[in-house]
Ligand binder design. Structure first.
Ligand SMILES: Cc1cc2nc3c(=O)[nH]c(=O)nc-3n(C[C@H](O)[C@H](O)[C@H](O)COP(=O)(O)OP(=O)(O)OC[C@H]3O[C@@H](n4cnc5c(N)ncnc54)[C@H](O)[C@@H]3O)c2cc1C
Length: 365
């Protein structure tokens, strides 16, 4: 008997699964473009190389074996031979997945053109619901060309905190594609979005101050808002995957790797005779550590620059990648914990314990 799988959504997670339809014999897959879905916009996915991302690495527009975290006081450069950082255009990945999916017979329909109930199993990849006071990662980015060579093309700048910190933890993310071309983003972690001009001025000021670039050509613009922390499913009655299945790593907003892992492990279970189901791809301990970190960034964002710079200094490049990818063992976790400024974390743990006690007292009372 063939399993008729309907998937609400045609974004990263839905298409990444559809591209692997061949590995799901006995299943027919239909991607359903949801009512109210916005027009897709292109952006870059950054990720560290991993076995599960071999296809994506082939499509990368840029690859860096070195990456840096900078604060006003310190610059830390990390490197990895086997796990470089990559940047890939969303449109390149979705086109790749679409073509594989179509050749495996995946159907693409609009929500209005079919009945959701006709599918024996339905999954939802529409965005999860963020609580009102959710901490957000929000950014505006520009792909630019300069007239003179200014960028050091060997090194990706993951976080440069030498920018205005008045609106939350704020950093510049700069991926140099060559000495004259780069993606540069102004990124903030906070509960409120800033005016567009704030991010754009941050980019301008940064380029002027650190690269002496006053004029440049803009070849592409992107922006995004990624809710971080515990999010509710889009619809409680439909199981989700992708961001709607908990794939976004709460403290970093990275989801691309975790979506691919979530899908691969679901396929492995099907091939071992189980039903198609999607599990949260993160370890509970990572989720807990991230939630404490988010408490610090929400209430004491001024510690953010030191915190990330200390972490970068404490770990080798490979360990840094393992930590962010959820592959850290106890040794790496302990190195991270001991590198952190202690006071804000003690305050965060106290605040969380106090909030929990108040909530349970309220429930009991
Ligand atoms: C701009 C941006 C940059 C990112 N960069 C990175 C990165 O560098 N590295 C990384 O690991 N992760 C990154 N992420 C996080 C994550 O990888 C992406 O959000 C990824 O697209 C999540 O895949 P998904 O399939 O769960 O959701 P999506 O790809 O967003 O797909 C959601 C689906 O729901 C539909 N939909 C959206 N809104 C509605 C609505 N209101 N009503 C109905 N349908 C709707 C969409 O049309 C789509 O079909 C980024 C996210 C954003 C937004």
């Amino acid at each position: 008997m063939s399993h008729d799988i309907g998937i609400l959504g045609d974004g990263c997670a839905a298409l990444s699964l559809a591209a692997k339809a061949e590995q799901l014999p006995g299943h027919t897959i239909t991607l359903i473009r949801p009512n109210g879905a916005p027009k897709p916009k292109d952006h870059v996915w950054g990720f560290w190389s991993d076995d599960v991302l071999a296809d994506a690495a082939q499509l990368a527009k840029g690859t860096w074996h070195k990456w840096a975290v900078l604060t006003p006081k310190r610059s830390v450069t990390m490197s990895s031979t086997s796990m470089p950082y990559n940047a890939m255009k969303r449109s390149d990945w979705t086109a790749h997945c679409q073509s594989l999916a179509q050749s495996s017979g995946v159907k693409f329909i609009d929500q209005d053109d079919g009945q959701l109930e006709q599918h024996s199993t339905l999954f939802d990849t529409r965005p999860p619901v963020a609580p009102d006071d959710c901490i957000l990662q929000h950014f505006h980015g520009l792909e630019i060309k300069t007239t003179t060579p200014v960028f050091e093309a060997e090194t990706a700048i993951l976080m440069d905190f030498r920018v205005d910190q008045s609106k939350g933890m704020h950093f510049i993310y700069l991926l140099p594609y060559s000495s004259t071309e780069a993606l540069i983003e102004s990124t903030i972690f906070s509960t409120k979005l800033a005016d567009e001009q704030f991010y754009l001025s941050a980019i301008d000021n940064y380029l002027a101050e650190h690269y002496h670039v006053e004029q440049y050509e803009i070849t592409h613009r992107e922006k995004g808002v990624i809710p971080l922390g515990k999010l509710a499913p889009h619809d409680d009655n439909i199981p989700g995957f992708g961001a709607n299945g908990g794939a976004t790593r709460p403290a970093s907003g990275y989801a691309f790797l975790f979506i691919q892992r979530q899908i691969s492990s679901a396929i492995e279970r099907v091939n071992a005779g189980q039903e198609l189901t999607f599990l949260n791809p993160h370890k509970r301990l990572d989720l807990w550590m991230d939630s404490v970190l988010l408490t610090v960034l929400r209430h004491w964002p001024e510690h953010g620059p030191n915190l990330f710079s200390n972490m970068a200094r404490a770990l080798t490049g490979d360990q840094f990648v393992q930590f962010l990818s959820g592959d850290a063992g106890w040794w790496i976790r302990l190195k991270v914990i001991f590198s952190m400024p202690k006071i804000p974390f003690i305050k965060a743990l106290t605040k969380r314990a106090f909030t929990r006690t108040r909530v349970s007292t309220a429930v009991v009372g």
